[in-house]
Design a protein around this ligand. Sequence first.
Ligand code: FES
Ligand SMILES: [Fe+2]
Length: 434
Amino acid sequence: MLTQEQNDALTRTSAGTPGGKLLRSYWQPVALSTELPPGGVPVSVDVMGEELVLFRDDQGRLGLLDRHCCHRGTDLSFGRLEDGGLRCLYHGWLYDVTGCCLEQPAEPKESTFKTKVRQRAYPVVEKAGAFFAYMGEGEPPEFPNYDFFTYPHEHLHAAKVFVDCNYLQANEGNYDPGHVGFLHRTFEADRRPGLKFGNLHRVGVPETDEALIEPEETPRLETENTDFGLRIFQLRSGGEGRKYVRVTIFGMPNFSVIAGPQGGDGHIGIWHVPIDDYTHWRWHFALRRDAPLDATSRVVSSRKNSNEYESEFRLRRKKANRYLQDRSTMNQNYTGMGPNFNTHDAFATETQGPIQNRTREHLATTDVALLAARKLMLKAIDDVKAGREPLGVLRDPAKNDYRLLCSFDVLAEESIPNTDLVHLIAERAAVAAG
Ligand code: FES
Ligand SMILES: [Fe+2]
């Protein structure tokens, strides 16, 4: 349970708020590469309550500017791409990608006023099929060298989906493993043994052994503090003398990594980025290390073929249609809302309310990771207020190494320490990467 003040600090993210300053201390995804291909037209993007325009100038340079012209506020996303910048249609002021005003053609020739104004501009880079922006103060930190950003694009799938609630409650679902056996449960007869989210690693047991676990068995949770956030161990019995360990990641402040349905060896990086305090984008970067992610992989094809999406970025089932719940199908799956995990998660978190009232919750044993994450976030908000660098903001390029930031499932001999498992699997990933 949080106080109202703590809940506000964590969930309010517009410019100048404590939570907003925290989120702005890190690079955040703001648009997909497919939304702004080379030669494409300017794109409106809304991030943390700020209205921005993303564009490529006539040299191909990337810019992310305040969408409202600093002269008198006209929308620059309608502007002309010419003369090394983006030109406002109202009086022709021209801005470059850094926000410098290059021309004010309606002003007297001798005027130097253009040197005195500046359009707000944020650094932006293109990585792994998306554009990432730094919207904080001062110099941007190092761009984190997560493995999603280092593989060829055939191994990656970047996507986003609209979620109709505050970012935090949806992100908290990523480190709440207790819900998986309920919300996402299926009663299909062909359910395979083990969890089968992705590749099952084996350490100290034969390579062919399957995990003898009950997917609905609630795991025991342990957390480990790291320099990026938390490593979360979900521990289950894996049969006689064995354990089944699933490792997931909470990365400060709105990032998680989950061994997901990418197939083969890999994992999925997830960011929940506020559009405003009541809606957000769930960003998803799936990486398959051992093979390209072709169109038949579940993570790619579920988007293209599924009738669970009403458009590229929006789910068909939503609050307004009660998630099309069909109670006659509740003998097939737990929710009666079809097979799509994103839909289940959207239902569970959107119906908590636009901003979950955390002064009325009753946290239990399964919420230990969530509590640990909130503790880190509240401490980081205090750090930012006091002018200190929050956890996970990286300034030293020599430390830009995230090989141990990985999520996986492993069946292991019981006596092997969990930390050893992390190192072993990370080594395998490094070998797979060549
Ligand atoms: S409002 Fe943009 S140039 Fe006047
Ligand atoms: Fe979920």
